[in-house]
Design a protein around this ligand. Structure first.
Ligand code: FAD
Length: 403
């Protein structure tokens, strides 16, 4: 890229090489290798420092095929959950991808001219983007995938977590993920520890909280991970970590957000486009679905792509209203230390219903089944929570994700 006008106009410019942007670039490459695509990422690596996980059942066959080039870990023997009242083993195949493997595969698969890491977008318009330093990228279609923006158009709470990658001194003997261990002290939140056995001597242990504020107390979480590992006899050396503060959207006004965020003629994808599971914050299946949609419609103009992805975000918003309601109940109806009861009861339901919940594809019958029976929280508090308002997602300390 140069400061001059010599830079040829790309077919599609994707701004932000995170999960959404990277997958869109890959889907476009597979759909038509002759398209000229530019992917601009501020960091040195695509995907940042994350580990993304999902259930195999979250993806369509096309989605599974799109993830084919990535080295990922799969646990076909299923996963465990633990609550004070019960434990359960479920058969669904769980999968996980590290951002290092995401970056490596994209660098193998995408054209060399596509990837521009270490470049920060300063301004965006329908014809392209201006980078810090003044370089200009021109494109027929511009897709902004630069991650979530806090907005007071939404209300909700927070999912805060710290994960530690540990090399154990001896084989740890854990043979499948523990997706939720809520038998831990709750500390004024819905807290659970999440464990992935990445290899015979490697574990990823993540301490997660659904809490009212975006505060991440690194020292406290680190000590709690120490204690959890010590209790289970997992001694070893930390070889990596990640932290996250993610919004859990329980309500809001998507149309207002779109109006306020819209740059005419520029499409928004990923968390920036609010295309996510509001309760679990698992967005990989959504990012895959969006990438396939963009690739199918790769010949659209920027204006048409912007309209297509706004309409897609609206459909996702409508489809996920049930999960925002459950989030409202989680934060508002249960005392913080008793929030776990909602998931404890949920995890007694049928495996198919649980799979559809994570895929955000709950049927009408699933929704009814989730809400009927002995309520895990007092009905009066649940009704008050549904009638009340959660705080807007900007009024607090802000969110952060890093490694
Ligand atoms: C630590 C962590 C773990 C998660 N785990 C899971 C999980 O297990 N499963 C799951 O489905 N979801 C998970 N999520 C949630 C969700 O998948 C991620 O937030 C996801 O990465 C969102 O994708 P995205 O592409 O929209 O945003 P991001 O992946 O955040 O990508 C946005 C990219 O844009 C870049 N960028 C921002 N500003 C600029 C700029 N001005 N110029 C150039 N580049 C810019 C950023 O550097 C970043 O790489 C996790 C999130 C975090 C933070």
């Amino acid at each position: 890229m140069t400061r001059s006008d010599a830079q040829p106009r790309a077919d599609i410019a994707i701004l932000g090489g995170g999960l959404a942007g990277g997958l869109i670039a890959l889907a476009l490459r597979r759909a038509d290798p002759s398209l000229s695509v530019v992917l601009v990422e501020a960091g040195d690596m695509l995907g940042g420092n994350h580990r993304w996980s999902w259930f195999e059942s979250d993806l369509s066959p096309q989605g599974t095929a799109l993830l084919g080039p990535f080295r990922k870990i799969q646990w076909p023997a299923g996963y465990d959950v633990h609550f004070p009242e019960h434990s359960r083993r479920l058969d669904s195949t769980y999968c996980s991808l590290s951002s290092a493997d995401f970056d490596a595969a994209l660098r193998r698969e995408l054209a060399q001219s596509t990837i521009h890491t270490g470049r920060t977008v300063a301004a965006v318009d329908a014809r392209g983007a201006t980078l810090e330093g003044g370089d200009r990228i021109e494109a027929r279609c511009v897709i902004d995938a630069r991650g979530f923006i806090l907005s007071d158009a939404f209300q909700g709470g927070w999912q805060v977590f710290m994960g530690r990658h540990l090399r154990t001194e001896a084989p740890h003997g854990v043979d499948r993920p523990i997706v939720m261990d809520a038998k831990v002290r709750q500390h004024d939140a819905f807290r659970f520890v999440y464990t992935l056995p990445l290899a015979a001597d490697q574990l990823f242990v993540e301490d997660t909280y659904y809490q009212d504020t975006p505060v991440l107390d690194r020292a406290a979480l680190s000590r709690r991970i120490d204690r959890y590992c010590a209790r289970l006899g997992w001694e070893g050396e930390p070889i990596g970590f990640e932290t996250g503060v993610l919004p859990v959207v329980t309500g809001g006004d998507l149309a207002r957000y779109q109006r306020e965020m819209r740059v005419p003629g520029v499409a928004m994808a990923g968390a920036r486009g609010m295309i996510a599971h509001p309760l679990t914050s698992y967005t990989l299946p959504f990012a895959v679905e969006t990438a396939l949609l963009v690739a199918e419609n790769r010949d659209l103009t920027g204006e048409q792509m912007a309209a297509l992805l706004e309409a897609h975000a609206r459909r996702v918003w409508q489809r996920t209203g049930f999960y925002r309601m459950l989030g409202t109940m989680l934060f508002g109806a249960a005392k913080p230390d008793e929030r776990y009861r909602i998931f404890s009861r949920f995890y007694r339901l049928s495996p198919g219903l649980i799979e559809r919940f994570y895929a955000a594809r709950s049927t009408g019958a699933d929704k009814l089944r989730t809400l009927t029976g002995k309520p895990p929280v007092p009905i009066s508090r649940a009704l008050r929570a549904l009638a009340g308002h959660r705080p807007p997602l900007t009024s607090q300390e802000g969110s952060q994700t890093d490694g």
